[in-house]
Design a protein. Structure first.
Length: 103
């Protein structure tokens, strides 16, 4: 992140990285028990996500229905960068989610 000065204010400017081919990956998880481990596997990733907290949000307005499940947890495993470097994901804290919308 670089910073640009405008008078006496300082505003961060975020730059988007160029689009890159990340390859395909399979995400496997159990909808009957959201806190069971999730598995992510593919050519450039081999990881497990172990949730420790689940957050559920539901909206039903008749015409619009939404359900979002967010699981927060720890990752373990590996992923490959664009230059082929293998990076460990062990101990990385993050989230995974599933969202369903209907109109």
């Amino acid at each position: 992140m670089d910073r640009r000065h405008q008078g006496h204010r300082e505003r961060p400017v975020r730059r988007r990285p160029a689009a890159q081919d990340r390859g395909r990956a399979a995400l496997t998880y159990d909808r009957s028990d959201w806190l069971r481990p999730w598995r992510i596997s593919g050519e450039r990733v081999g990881a497990e996500f172990q949730p420790f907290h689940e957050k559920v949000a539901r909206t039903n307005l008749g015409v619009v229905v939404n359900e979002t499940r967010q699981c927060f947890g720890h990752f373990s495993g590996w992923a490959k960068t664009d230059d082929g470097t293998t990076v460990t994901l062990d101990g990385l804290v993050g989230w995974a989610e599933e969202e369903s919308n209907r109109r």
